[in-house]
Structures are given as C-alpha cells and as structure tokens.
Design a protein around this ligand. Structure first.
Ligand SMILES: [Zn+2]
Length: 262
C-alpha cells in the first residue's frame, strides 16, 4: 500500500514534467509544405507521371455513395523524398530511414534574390555562412530548407524546370537552381544535419550531369526533400518540420507529406 502511494506521488510529480516535454499539438500554426498530387505534378522528364484512375465513383445499387481510385507514379516526382540509396549503394532505403531523422528543428536559407537573375544558381558555402552570421551556427540535428524562390513557378514546367519537354533529350535543357557540391560536402562534414530540402525538382541544379550533391549527401545518409512547397511562408529559424514519406520497402524514395510547425 505504501509502495502504491509512493508510485502515485511519483506519477503526480513526473507526468506533468513529461507532458511539458512533449510536443504541443496542434501548434500555433501549421504550414503544409506539400503539393497535392495530380496529373500536373512535376516529375523528371524521363519519369512516369502521377496517374489517378477511378475504380468506382457514385451511388451504389444499395443506395449509398462510394468512391475508390487507384494511382501510379514514379517514386521521384511531386513533393518527394530522396532516400540515400538513390545515389549511394548500401545506404538507407526509404523504409530504413530512422523516424527521428525526419522530424526536428528546421531553418530556411533564402537565396531567392540570387536565383531570380540566375536559374543555374548553386547554393554555396558562403550562403550557409551568411545565414550563420545572422542566426548563429547551424545546430546539430537541424533540417535545412533552401528557398530558391522557384516554388512560385510550380507546376509550370517551362518556368520551374526550364523546359516542358519530356523524354531523355529534355534532361540537358533543365535549368533550375540547386545545391553546390562543395556546399553539400561542407554541410555533411563541418555541420551535422538530419536532412535537407528545397523548392526545386532536384538537390543538384538542372544542368548537373554527375549529381555530385546527391552523392555527397547520400554517402553520409542525409536524405533530400524535393519540390517542397510554401517555403515563402517560413521564418529563417524557430520552427519544426515533420516529413514522412510513403514507406516503400526497399524504395529509393517516395511521395512525401511534409509540414512545418510554427
Ligand atoms: Zn528525387
């Protein structure tokens, strides 16, 4: 009995502390960083587009409404996650990514001005250093979001990708900003981040042929979020991100629902 009373006292004292530590839901504001998937979703010129077909939609003969659809698409298109195995043998597949790596405090590095006059802009080490001069060192465990401003063009393929053509020959005509491979190496060696994302179709810029930023990040098991929406609605720091991809067993990536909690 004494033991039980002690337990109750412990619970009364400890439980509120645990509650304080846990996430407050819903937060003041939630920003959806995800584009809806439809026939206009932006996919790589060589990838299968998102397709939604109707299995049934309407009144059944028993008098109730029923709808069901089926979808198909490549892993890499629309708002999606690139898992490290996409460019690094033996690294995490999408189902292997630890959940704690897909949520946490996040920052936005805004390079909109530079990208407005240069659609081949590479986000540089200097851009990270400038952010740090104003906001302090990027803390370990941060999720980094790069805002190029190209999100405002989505899903206009001509403006967003540089070409609306499809097929293998369109790839050389892609023009959009991305992460400088030197900056990818810097962020994965000089800092310790959980993940990185941006508002273009690829973490490497459109003109990349060797995908060196993908390779540098994924070698270190740092996943990338691509075609991230609504980065203009986020502050430079002081918010959290939750980014949960479809759990495709053995997948190299997949559709992503990503949100910011402010
Ligand atoms: Zn991808």
């Amino acid at each position: 009995m004494k033991c039980l009373r002690a337990l109750v006292v412990v619970l009364i004292l400890v439980v509120p502390v645990m509650a304080q530590k846990s996430l407050v839901l819903p937060p003041d504001r939630i920003v959806d960083l995800t584009y809806a998937f439809d026939a206009n979703s932006v996919y790589w010129p060589t990838a299968e587009q998102f397709k939604l077909e109707t299995d049934f939609e309407g009144m059944t003969d028993k008098g109730y409404f029923y709808s069901a659809y089926r979808y198909s698409a490549a892993e890499h298109g629309g708002t999606h996650l690139d898992s490290p195995v996409h460019f690094a043998k033996g690294r995490y597949t999408v189902d292997q990514l630890p959940l704690e790596q897909l949520m946490g405090p996040a920052i936005v590095i805004d390079v909109t001005e530079k990208c407005a006059t240069n659609s081949d802009y590479l986000v540089s080490v200097a851009d990270f250093e400038n952010w740090e001069k104003r906001n302090g060192k990027i803390p370990a465990g941060t999720i980094v979001l790069l805002r190029t401003g190209f999100g405002k063009f989505y899903p206009d393929r001509k403006k967003y990708l540089g070409t609306e053509e499809r097929g293998a020959e369109a790839v050389a005509k892609l023009h959009f900003p991305g992460l400088d491979p030197a900056a990818a190496r810097w962020i994965t060696t000089s800092r310790s981040i959980k993940a990185i994302g941006l508002d273009t179709a690829s973490i490497d810029y459109g003109q990349s042929t060797l995908f060196e930023s993908h390779r540098a990040l994924f070698e270190k098991n740092v996943p990338a979020f691509e075609n991230v929406a609504n980065l203009d609605q986020l502050p430079p720091k002081g918010f959290s991100v939750i980014a949960l991809p479809m759990k495709i067993k053995g997948g190299s990536g997949g559709p992503l629902r990503i949100i910011a909690l402010l």
